[in-house]
Every structure is written in C-alpha cells, then in structure tokens.
Design a protein around this ligand. Structure first.
Ligand code: SF4
Ligand code: SF4
Length: 294
C-alpha cells in the first residue's frame, strides 16, 4: 500500500489518543465525587485534562458520545442486579468493580474502533472483506455473520431448515443440503445453530459489492460485522450458551481477556502495526495480531 500517510490521518489521530484512559479517569472522578449521575460530572469537565501521555482539550464533550456505556458505572452507587457473569481465565468470578470496568471498556472500544476502522479502511480501496477466497487461499468459503434482520439486505437464496439450524459450518462431514457441501453451492444466507451468516464460496463476492469501483451499495445500512473490521476489542469473550437450544441466555457469561485483536491480512493493520500496538498499550491491553484468511 503506497498511499500517502496523510490519507489516513483522521484514523491515525484517533489511534494516538484513545478515549479509554479518559474514561477511566472519569470513572474515578465519578466514584470519588459528589455526583449521582454521570451527566453531572461531564458538565464539570470543560477544562483540559491530561493523563500520563494524552491531553484532552474538552473532556466533557469528548466523552459525550460514550455516555450510554459510561452510565453503567452508576450501578456502583445505585446497585442493581447484574444479569451477566465475568470470570477470569481460571474461571473465578472477577470483583464487581473490575467486571464493570471491563464491561464499559469493551463497549467503549467497540464504538471507538468502529470509527477508527472505517477511517483506515476507506482510503485503502481494498475489497478483501467482501469477497470469497481466491485461488491462493486454502479456505473453501468465507462467512459474514448476520443478525436475522440483516438478512433482508441481501437478495440471495435462503437456507433455513431444521437441518441447517442443527448444523454448524465447521461440521464434518460438511452440511450438504443438496448432496454436496454447502460451500459448493452459490452464495447464500444460512440459518445455522449459532445464527445467520452470508456464505461466500471460493471465487464469489458479496452481492452488495459494486464490481469495478469496489464500493458497497448498502454502505449506510451495511451489517454490523462489516463496520468493525479489522481491529477488534477482545476485552471479554462471550462463552457459549449453557443451553444451545434456548432462544437466549438470561445470564450470559464472559471470560476476561484484556486484549485487542488485529487481523494481519488487512493492509492497514500491516502498515500501521506500531500505531495499533501503541493504541493497545495506552488502553492497558495486550495486542494480538493474527492471520484470518490464510
Ligand atoms: S455488505 Fe458491503 S461492506 Fe459488507 S461485505 Fe457486502 S459489500 Fe462488503
Ligand atoms: S481487509 Fe482491511 S482494508 Fe481490506 S476491506 Fe477489510 S478492513 Fe478494509
């Protein structure tokens, strides 16, 4: 990728000064101050604030887009029953303050990285996330996980049967609705045991991709997963439902990981690995680079 670094400046500026250190400072001020609601604290944060490495010009304003996850901290002053369990890597439940910090950090990083990823992806002119495997790759298909509502974005054959709903794409032998593996069929929407996905077999591309320009025809409405490549927060890992047949888990469980994942196949991840590593350090997280499409 030989584009000038200036084309990536808005995304790189955000990598240089993550919001999470300010969020942690705000949590401390809230917990030790006379505030009932987080909004009261934000209204007072109009002077510049500095952490060890970052200055925030107008902290109250900079935190406003993150108000919803920040307000979760209020549950420490106004206790309510938590409907999730967060465990450390040994399986022991973590202390309530640490669990809440991890939950808020996961939400905040998800929001901030969505913006950063969009800003870094756009100038690349790359389509890797929107096409099936090409000849050099060993995989037979790529999957785009979808919410049920997002399936209506695509005009594709739908496979939603008792048999698909009791299968996974990893099953061996592979799920074979017409006698041959599903990835030998044209692209389609599959309802698996774990939910919906758009399957892009080898040599195919997403139906929303415009050939030639590489642009997405449904960009403003694109699925959530398309908004969040290729640097991901991995503060918490959701554990599988205890009852796979239950429609939802009333008390979901998570393992605390404290990591940020970045997918090495992505050109901006490769190019800006030092900046991404620094972002993770500033957020007090470990960075993990990994291959996705090998
Ligand atoms: S919906 Fe758009 S962004 Fe998502 S894979 Fe298809 S073309 Fe790419
Ligand atoms: S691999 Fe990276 S640059 Fe390419 S489309 Fe995906 S997110 Fe964008």
């Amino acid at each position: 990728m030989s584009l000038p670094e200036n084309d990536f400046k808005p995304g790189l500026d955000l990598l240089k000064s993550p919001i999470l250190p300010l969020v942690r400072l705000a949590q401390l001020l809230y917990l030790t101050g006379p505030f009932d609601r987080v909004e009261e604290l934000l209204a007072e944060l109009h002077e510049p604030l500095e952490t060890a490495t970052i200055s925030y010009e107008n902290p109250g304003n900079e935190l406003k887009p993150y108000l919803a996850p920040l307000k979760t901290i209020e549950s420490l002053k106004f206790p309510r029953e938590e409907n999730r369990v967060i465990r450390d890597e040994t399986g022991a439940p973590v202390a309530p303050l640490e669990a809440l910090d991890a939950w808020i950090a996961q939400e905040i990083l998800t929001m901030e990285l969505e913006t950063i990823n969009s800003l870094l992806c756009r100038p690349c002119g790359c389509m890797l996330c929107c096409i099936g495997p090409d000849g050099e790759l060993s995989q037979e298909y790529f999957e785009i996980p979808l919410d049920a509502a997002e399936t209506s974005l695509f005009d594709l054959p739908v496979l939603d049967t008792p048999s698909s709903r009791s299968s996974t794409p990893e099953d061996e032998p592979p799920f074979a609705p017409t006698g041959r593996p599903f990835y030998r069929e044209p692209s389609g929407l599959y309802h698996w045991q774990s939910g919906w996905s758009l399957v892009l077999p080898r040599g195919t591309s997403c139906p929303a991709l415009t050939a030639g320009t590489g642009s997405c025809r449904i960009y403003p409405e694109r699925p959530l997963v398309c908004r969040r490549p290729q640097i991901f927060p991995y503060m918490l890992e959701r554990l599988p439902k205890r009852d796979p047949q239950a429609p939802m888990d009333l008390t979901p469980e998570y393992t605390l990981r404290r990591k940020i994942l970045a997918v090495w196949d992505c050109p901006y991840v490769k190019r800006f690995q030092d900046q991404i590593t620094r972002y993770a350090e500033l957020c007090e997280m470990e960075i993990l680079f990994r291959e996705n499409k090998a």
